[in-house]
Design a protein around this ligand. Structure first.
Ligand code: ADP
Ligand code: MG
Length: 288
């Protein structure tokens, strides 16, 4: 009954939106004890959204957002896109800007209605105790904070965050129930990673991982005797997917990730992982 039950198994999986490449992938998946998730785009939506606007007091929050979004409308940085989209959703006016500049790695500056507005990190606006204090609780929640000054004076902070996918929490719970250890891999700093990991009950984090180091993390876990599945969506996840015992790609991710994976989740729905694991066990039990 071997090939028959494997075919039946992969057929049932396909109906659930889970593509299993071959019998070897199904068999290998049954044996895994560790699931490594790339954070951005896999556990999270992969696109930041505006979360908070806090004024230091001299200006209304609506006005602050309007001035900030007017400048950001000229930038293509993901932070800028989040601020502009959020501002439009909240009905803030996008105003005309002159003298726009975007110093690399620091932020953006421009002139709006006669005032100079600067937004970015401390390398751009300097360190100001009031702004740092406004930012702290937001940072503690894992948000990315942008500092805003108007005519060189501290005006407020705006934060963005990459939201966790609606399917993530339940999917991780289902994997934990199957005794699978969850590891989160990210290029983000430790503080942001910890905040996300805490809300999701993740067992282990590998933060500050450069794109070309992702596969090394997988190889290290395998060397230490773990049977590792890796879930990721991006171009730079492909080597890690290939290095894993089983690679899991998001169907809405990149083609190269899918080519490197033994399993593809068609809709990027993480709930498919625990279902596929249950199915692999069922099929392999019938065979043995
Ligand atoms: P990264 O890919 O890490 O964002 P960048 O060099 O693009 O690298 O940006 C580095 C930092 O500069 C950002 O983390 C942010 O603090 C600031 N920054 C860059 N562009 C903007 C922008 N349009 N608005 C606000 N801050 C920005
Ligand atoms: Mg990613």
């Amino acid at each position: 009954a071997t090939p028959m039950s494997i075919m039946a198994g992969t057929g049932r999986a396909a109906h659930m939106g889970i593509l299993i490449r071959d019998a070897a992938a199904l068999e290998a998946f049954e044996s895994i004890d560790t699931l490594v998730f790339d954070k951005t785009g896999t556990l999270t939506e992969g696109r930041p959204k505006l979360t908070d606007v806090k004024s230091s007091g001299d200006i209304s929050e609506d006005r602050l957002l309007s001035l900030a979004a007017s400048i950001e409308a000229l930038s293509e940085h993901p932070i800028a896109m989040a601020i502009v989209a959020g501002a439009k959703e909240r009905g803030a006016a996008i105003l005309a800007v002159t003298d726009f500049d975007s110093p690399t790695g620091k932020g953006v500056v421009g002139k709006v209605e006669g005032v100079i507005v600067a937004l970015g990190n401390t390398a751009l606006v300097g360190e100001d105790a009031t702004l740092l204090e406004l930012a702290r609780p937001l940072r503690d929640q894992g948000q990315t904070v942008v500092y805003v000054t108007i005519d060189g004076k501290p005006a407020g902070v705006i934060s963005v965050a990459d939201p966790v996918k609606p399917s993530t929490q339940a999917a991780l719970k289902a994997l934990h129930a199957r005794d699978i250890r969850i590891v989160m891999l990210t290029g983000d700093n430790e503080a942001t990673a910890k905040a996300v990991a805490k809300t999701l009950g993740i067992d282990e984090i590998r933060a500050d991982v450069l794109p070309n180091q992702k596969a090394d993390v997988i190889e290290d876990l395998i060397r230490r005797g773990r049977k590792v599945a890796m879930a990721g969506d991006g171009v730079n996840d492909a080597p890690a997917l290939a290095a894993a015992t089983v690679g899991i790609a998001m169907g809405n991710g990149t083609d190269i990730a899918m080519e490197s994976a033994g399993i593809t989740l068609i809709k990027g729905d993480l709930g498919g992982i625990a279902k596929a694991h249950a199915l692999s066990r069922l099929v392999m039990r019938n065979i043995k």
